[in-house]
Structures are given as C-alpha cells and as structure tokens.
Design a protein around this ligand. Structure first.
Ligand SMILES: C[S@@+](CC[C@H](N)C(=O)[O-])C[C@H]1O[C@@H](n2cnc3c(N)ncnc32)[C@H](O)[C@@H]1O
Length: 272
C-alpha cells in the first residue's frame, strides 16, 4: 500500500470537507487503504494525480467511485428498533390526525443501500392494515451511486435482513437464490436520488418526517450545523427529525427533544 505525503493527505481531507462535509482528519490510514488500490486500478503515478482527476470532475466515474470508497455504508433492516416503535406509536398517529387526506412525505437522508427506506415502508404497510391513511411517499437520498444501485435492486443477503421481525421476513420479502427481494408492494412507495447533503440546497419540498441517521456523525462541525439547518428548513412544523443514536444536536433551539435521538420541530417557525 502506498502512503500519502502530508500534503496529499491534507489536500484529500480538505477536499472531502469542502465538498461533502466529511471530517477525515483522523482517518489517514483508512483513506490510504481505500484509495491506494483505486489509484493503482486507474494506473496513476501519485495520489496528487489521482486527486487532480477526482477534483477536476473530468472522469465522473472516478469521482463517483472516490466518494463511494471513502464513505461508510453500514446499515441493516429495522436498525434501532425503539425509533421504529416511536414512528408507529407516536409519529404515524400524529400524522394520521393532522394529514388525513394529503400524502405523507418521508425523507431518508443518507439512506445508503436502501434498508432504512424499505423498513419505513414495511412499517407503513403494517400501519395501513389497521388505519385509514393517505398514500405515503418515502424518498431516499445518498451521495453514493453504487449504494443507490443496490437500493434500487432491493435484493439483500440474509445477514442484512435478519434483524427484521419474522413476520416481515415472511410477508415483505421473496426469497430467491440471489437473497431476499423486497416485494413490489413495499418498493412502490420508495424512490431514490443521488444528492449531496453538503450542497447549498440539496432538497426540494417539505417533509412530514425526516430520518437522517448515522450520517452527520461523519461530518465536521460546520457541515453538521449546515445540514441540520437544511433539514429544519424542509421539515413541516411540529414534525419529527430522527437522528442516529450517537448524534447529538447541541443547539436544540427550534426543536424539542423526544428521547432516543428524536427531535420535534417547533410549531412556530424559528430560524436555527
Ligand atoms: C452509515 S450510512 C447510514 C445508513 C442509514 N441511514 C442507517 O442509519 O442505517 C451513512 C450514509 O451517508 C451517506 N453520506 C455521507 N455523506 C453524505 C453527504 N454529504 N450527502 C449525502 N449522503 C452522504 C453515505 O454515502 C452512507 O451511505
């Protein structure tokens, strides 16, 4: 494995911070490991020449592979069971009271390979069996195209579905030689899009519920607060924002805390 010079490492981490909000200052070895193989694959003589290619954007495939290689995509179905119980017992009933007829719009920001979006869709499917609810749209965004390709394919190995309730396994997956395929009924309310949360305005529309779990933990302080601002702007008043368990919102001013890393936006608009 080749090593970065100090200058190359600073250049790579500054680019990742500036463009994607990622804080890579303590991840030098990980970056070297993941990128040196890619640099070899492309036949480039130095990290500098590799970074020239990525930063110039002249080879879109290399730029897309770069961000995919440096991000962490770990996820699985029904991750953080208690948060799903909150959605079922508190967030959905509240939406049902407030939005009887209009579509519910749910965002999974940093959705990785899709398990989170489909888990929410399975929860909605269960809920709709005993409640009259309007159509629901679940939109997943992520910066990694390869992760989104897997999300769209919606076929998973046993190791990624084994935390899902047994009843879901039986009802919402079709087992095949390739793995567990999410059924069309669950897939049809889910869409995916490649977007960078660090762009000035990566979202459009207003959401009635946002999950952004285990994403901002990888961001630097500036990107974290910029992203929370963005999510706040696109969240309907009184609606919930679900973060990952290790993600703490320091200045909660326009949100109230509901426990389990779940925040509720205030009814009145207050800028962050
Ligand atoms: C660890 S996964 C979290 C998946 C899922 N939310 C969960 O909690 O299981 C983090 C995801 O965030 C995505 N990500 C990182 N930086 C991003 C950015 N600037 N914009 C959009 N997505 C980003 C990564 O590509 C990765 O798929």
């Amino acid at each position: 494995m080749d090593h970065f010079t100090d200058r190359e490492f600073e250049r790579a981490s500054a680019y990742l911070s500036r463009t994607y909000g990622l804080d890579m200052r303590s991840k030098r070895v990980m970056l070297e490991c993941r990128l040196s193989r890619e640099r070899d694959r492309l036949g480039l003589p130095s990290f500098d020449s590799y970074l020239n290619m990525v930063e110039s954007g002249k080879n879109p495939e290399a730029s897309a592979r770069f961000i995919d290689l440096v991000t962490t995509h770990y996820t699985y179905f029904f991750r953080e069971r208690k948060q799903f119980e909150f959605l079922r017992d508190t967030a959905f009933p509240k939406l049902e009271r407030g939005r009887r007829r209009r579509r519910w719009n749910i965002l999974c920001a940093g959705c990785s390979t899709g398990e989170e979006c489909y888990s929410v869709s399975m929860l909605v499917e269960d809920y709709a069996q005993t409640h009259r609810i309007p159509p629901v749209r679940i939109h997943g965004i992520d910066v990694s195209e390869p992760a989104l390709r897997e999300a769209r394919a919606a076929v998973y190995p046993a190791s990624r579905v084994d935390k899902a309730p047994h009843r879901w396994m039986m009802s919402y997956f079709a087992k095949s030689d390739e793995g567990y395929a999410v059924t069309d009924r669950i897939r049809k309310r889910v869409s995916f899009e490649c977007a960078n949360l660090s762009d000035p305005d990566p979202l459009s529309g207003t959401y009635d519920l946002i999950l952004c779990r285990n994403v901002i933990i990888y961001f630097d302080e500036r990107a974290r607060s910029r992203t929370l601002n963005t999510l706040h702007r696109h969240l309907a008043p009184s609606s919930y924002l679900v973060l990952g368990h290790a993600e703490i919102m320091r200045d909660r001013a326009p949100f109230s805390y509901c426990g389990d890393s779940i925040y509720q936006k205030q009814a009145e608009e207050t800028p962050l």
